[in-house]
Design a protein around this ligand. Structure first.
Ligand SMILES: *Cc1c(COP(=O)(O)O)cnc(C)c1O
Length: 453
């Protein structure tokens, strides 16, 4: 990595926060912004670059969240900023469905080239991850003439009506928002840390899901199986080796469209361009968003030409889909990922973090609150359990998890939690974070875990 940062890469907390300016904004927000939108931290942002976020009161936080895996190249990558400036000076929007432009085509070419598989591909662009997922399902239904869609336990696919239906967790994502779209079925996931039979292989876990699909739906009724190769909101669950390849193979044998939802795991996050590549899986369709455009809103469905081209003209689209400014940002962000070798950097980060956390777990002993350390690249997690239950009942400890995140924030480190049981801390630093800042953030996290052990 060879990066010149605009902001000093240092953690700095000036006593108590939120400071006066953040408090003032919070008061304005309370009477203007819908309560349903929650924020993880109480401070308001003034600037962000590399691995730091500065608030309006002069505090500098270490960013271990990347705005939920979005700012992989940092929140103000020079190449992205330059490309955005250049594009906005010419045109901000024309609507690709009205008068097309090169940026959209160039992003499609890039995605067709970067995604796994040598087959002929097509891409269609949208704005959000949920929109990409919805459209992947639409494409699969038209291409197969079938209706049923299979998602998995602990899945997260978005907050629109169809994607809420695909998402597993009721509170807060679905509670009270029904009725949901029909023909959605949920299959058992491979969750190595919480398997009743810890010996179960990935292939056996896949057969368990396949049996459910065959018996409860019928394989010939299924349009698509959608899965996050590493589950995000559900707890950074990495399925056992062999699970994804067997599910993909079953889909192929039965004319089912295999959709990899790489909205969170894509674009170098796990140490490969896409997480399915760790197991050599080639999806029929792949949905991307989050890390794709250095913070600008953009999402995509990329996949087999015959599937995407099965949809009638005008069947796919949207006013803003593939906005020219977002496309310019995406091309620049992908360029930065390449020139800075952010795949390699993600693997380095994995090494550094797992080494530190592994040592800590060893020191704290087998009955500590650290139940599991998992993930790939810069998509890493710790699952916390009640002290002493790690070897037996593995009781989730959401309380300790919350306290650890609060401790970190107080010390100037922004850390996100996730998981069906709210007991997982996820680490998603910008991949351009420097070693020193990363180490400082991990020092804080380690102290937080000790304080709650
Ligand atoms: C965040 C996420 C989505 C939804 O993306 P939005 O841009 O918030 O609509 C879908 N799938 C996965 C795996 C995600 O992590």
């Amino acid at each position: 990595m060879d990066i010149t940062y605009r902001l000093e890469q240092k953690r700095k907390v000036l006593g108590d926060f939120p400071g006066p300016k953040s408090l003032e904004l919070a008061a304005r927000r309370a009477t203007s912004v819908a309560k349903g939108v929650a924020s993880s931290v109480p401070v308001y942002v003034a600037d962000a670059d590399g691995g730091v976020i500065h608030d309006v009161d002069g505090n500098s936080f270490i960013d271990f969240g990347s705005g939920i895996a979005v700012t992989t190249v940092g929140a103000s990558d020079a190449a992205v900023v330059g490309a955005v400036k250049e594009q906005v000076e010419h045109f901000t929007h024309t609507c690709f469905m009205v008068s097309p432009y090169e940026g959209y085509v160039a992003v499609a070419e890039k995605l067709n080239q970067l995604t796994p598989g040598e087959h002929e591909k097509r891409t269609v662009l949208f704005n959000s991850g949920a929109e990409a997922v919805e459209n992947a399902v639409k494409i699969a239904r038209v291409a197969t003439g079938r209706n049923a869609v299979v998602a998995f336990d602990h899945a997260y696919h978005g907050r629109t009506n169809l994607t809420m239906g695909l998402t597993a967790k009721a509170m807060p994502y679905k509670h009270g928002f029904g009725p949901f779209a029909g023909e959605i079925y949920r299959a058992p996931m491979s969750y190595p840390f919480r398997e009743e039979n810890p010996q179960i292989t990935g292939k056996e876990a896949a057969e368990r899901a396949i049996l459910m699909i065959q018996k409860q739906i019928g394989a010939d009724q299924v349009a698509a199986i959608i899965i996050e190769p590493i589950q995000g909101e559900g707890g950074f669950i990495v399925p056992a080796d062999g699970f994804l390849p067997r599910i993909a193979e079953f889909a192929k044998e039965n004319g089912i469209v295999f959709i990899a939802d790489e909205v969170q795991s894509g674009f170098c996050r796990t140490g490969e361009w896409f997480a399915v590549q760790h197991e050599g899986v080639v999806p029929d369709l792949i949905t991307t968003a989050k890390g794709i455009a250095g913070g600008m809103p953009l999402s995509a469905v990329t996949g087999r030409a015959e599937l995407l081209d099965a949809v009638h003209g005008g069947g796919l689209g949207g006013t803003y889909g593939g906005n020219p400014v977002a496309c310019a940002a995406a091309l620049a962000a992908i360029e930065t990922m390449d020139t800075q070798d952010l795949r390699g950097r993600a693997r380095e980060i994995e090494g550094i973090v797992k080494d530190r956390l592994g040592k800590l777990r060893e020191e704290l002993g087998a009955d500590s609150i650290i139940g599991d350390i998992r993930g790939r690249g810069g998509m890493l997690a710790i699952e916390f359990v009640k002290k002493g239950s790690g070897a037996t009942t593995k009781q989730p400890d959401g309380e300790a998890t919350k306290k650890i995140a609060e401790y970190c924030l107080k010390e100037g480190v922004i850390i996100l939690t996730c998981g069906t049981y709210g007991n997982v801390i996820r680490l998603l630093p910008p991949l351009v974070i420097g070693d020193e800042l990363l180490a400082d953030g991990l020092d804080v996290l380690e102290a937080a875990i000790r304080a709650n052990s």
